[in-house]
Ligand binder design. Structure first.
Ligand SMILES: [Mg+2]
Length: 165
């Protein structure tokens, strides 16, 4: 558990995170950020490659669960149901309250849980504070200038990641 903005691992895309990688690190539960991690902003249909990736993860014994700061929206429900994943909205990342709720709900401990997301200041900080394995991925799509700015501000912490896979 640490107040750190540095991800434990960095991947180009969520699809490059394999069951073997997680299982070899004792991870049985992967919490997933939604926007720009497993679906682009605004879409209601899962990208095909990520849907296939999720299926393979579950087939290999990794439990998947969406943890998003999105506030009550039908879009989250549609996406989660299409992905066949349960979810928590209003997770308030970088605070750990949403993560704690998810772990309690699923009966899992921080040591057997990872969180993957595209944002350092929310996803990675929350994962590190909660004592989870933290995984940063590149955002699926950067469309608006504010996201570009945010991505630029996060760059030093992405660069400091000790394990770029
Ligand atoms: Mg995101």
């Amino acid at each position: 558990m640490s107040f750190s903005l540095i991800p434990d691992y960095s991947f180009r895309s969520i699809c490059e995170v394999t069951p073997e990688f997680l299982l070899s690190r004792g991870v049985a539960l992967l919490l997933l950020d939604l926007d720009n991690t497993i679906a682009p902003y605004g879409t209601v249909v899962p990208p095909e490659d990520i849907a296939a990736w999720a299926k393979n993860m579950k087939r290999n014994g990794i439990e998947l669960f969406i943890i998003t700061n999105n506030r009550g929206s039908n879009r989250v429900e549609s996406l989660a149901s299409a992905f066949k994943m349960n979810y928590i909205m209003k997770a308030h990342k970088p605070f750990v309250s949403g993560i704690s709720r998810a772990l309690e709900q699923l009966g899992k401990k921080p040591g057997e849980t990872a969180l993957a997301g595209d944002q350092v200041y929310t996803d990675i900080l929350a994962a590190n504070c909660a004592g989870l394995l933290s995984i940063i991925v590149e955002p699926i799509k950067i469309r608006n200038p504010m996201l570009n700015l945010r991505y630029w501000l996060e760059a030093p912490f992405r660069a400091m990641c000790p394990n770029k896979l």
